[in-house]
Design a protein around this ligand. Structure first.
Ligand code: UT7
Length: 329
């Protein structure tokens, strides 16, 4: 038995911040940002939390499937920017939706959050523990960005993607295989130093800007370019997939150069790679479901398409999922 995505939707805040926004007050340029990252613009939510981006996407996702909130069995929210340290954003979402029959939890795996949550959700559905999971990948990165630091402010954006996962009627479609990894030795290169139990928030942590993202860009880049490309090729080989068998690579959108290296390793042309980093930047747990939802809306994703989803992020966390898309627009 396989689990499959039976509905999907996404939400992006309306306010667009082009590279020129940063040029006005940071020592940066549109040229540098585009050349080094592939990003032209991103969206930031002005008012509201991560759950406020999830709710419109979740409502649309349910409506498209003809589900009522009370039909949801389980809610998983993959995020590193929860509304609060606790309770879980899954509880906030459950309450705002009125999903009175659901249980759920948050999952923290940064940019790999959606992939880790998808495998978790699929296991719950396949084992018969639940009939369905509302899986939300969302981050309000603007809440932890140091807007005075050009090395990180330009990289991220806010957004949410939501999928409904159910048992597949036909075992040909759905989540077929996965390879997931964590390596905590990568922690120091990309993290949020303070605000947790290790270093609780204090006047000093705020003064020292330790509640923002810390990233050693080059170290993460080097690990990501190898990790994401290797795992994507490995899942192809494990499932005897040739490059012509893959309809789409759906990569985490952190840097166009990392995406290009991954596609190259898999022997895929650019026209088989979902890319929207130019418009939304890195929305962390949101990137992959937002891509899937956009491509379905555009009519570019078809039933039977073989997809490789892959990601690399803080932790380090990385991995790839092979799935066969099971729904039409
Ligand atoms: O999604 C989570 C996982 N994260 C990632 O996968 C991100 C991985 N890392 C990257 O994507 C890249 O390392 C960055 C985009 C973050 C940086 O690109 P880079 O080519 O690795 O640049 P760099 O850090 O080596 O910096 C090169 C230069 C430096 O100046 P000097 O020291 O050579 O004078 C930086 O200060 O570029 C400078 N720089 C900038 N210049 C203009 C850094 N940020 C900027 C900026 N505008 N925004």
């Amino acid at each position: 038995m396989t689990a499959t995505i039976t509905s999907i939707a996404h939400y992006l805040p309306p306010d667009v911040y082009p590279n020129s926004y940063f040029e006005k007050y940071l020592d940066t340029s549109d040229e540098w940002i585009k050349a080094r990252t592939g990003i032209s613009e991103r969206r930031f939510i002005k008012d509201g939390a991560t759950s406020d981006m999830i709710i419109p996407a979740a409502k649309q996702c349910l409506e498209r499937r003809g589900f009522k909130p009370e039909d949801i069995d389980c809610i998983i929210v993959a995020t590193v920017t929860p509304d609060h340290m606790f309770p879980a954003t899954a509880c906030v979402v459950q309450n705002k939706l009125g999903a009175t029959n659901a249980w759920g939890f948050d999952l923290s795996a940064a940019c790999s959050g959606f992939l880790f949550a998808l495998v978790t959700a699929a296991s719950l559905v396949e084992s018969g523990t639940v009939k369905n999971v509302l899986l939300c990948g969302a981050d309000k990165m603007s809440s932890i960005l140091n807007f005075e630091d050009r090395a990180q402010a330009v990289l991220f954006g806010d957004g949410a993607g939501v999928v409904l996962l159910e048992k597949s009627k036909d075992k040909e479609y759905g989540i077929i295989d996965h390879i997931l990894h964590i390596d905590g030795a990568g922690g120091p290169y990309l993290h949020q130093v303070a605000g947790g139990s290790y270093k609780p928030a204090s006047i000093d942590t705020v003064t020292n800007k330790e509640h923002y993202i810390y990233q050693d860009g080059q170290a993460v880049f080097k690990a990501a370019v190898v990790g994401m490309a290797d795992v994507s090729l490995e899942i192809m080989q494990k499932n005897k997939l040739e490059s012509e068998d893959v309809a789409w690579l759906v990569p985490h959108q952190a840097n166009l150069r990392i995406i290009a290296a991954t596609a190259n390793r898999m022997g895929l042309d650019k026209d088989k790679v979902m890319i929207n980093i130019d418009r939304y930047g890195n929305t962390t747990a949101g990137t992959i479901p937002i891509c899937l939802s956009e491509w379905l809306d555009m009519g570019k994703l078809h039933k039977g398409d073989r997809l490789v989803l892959s990601s690399f992020g803080a932790g380090f966390t990385w991995g790839a999922i092979y799935l066969r898309w099971g729904m039409n627009k």
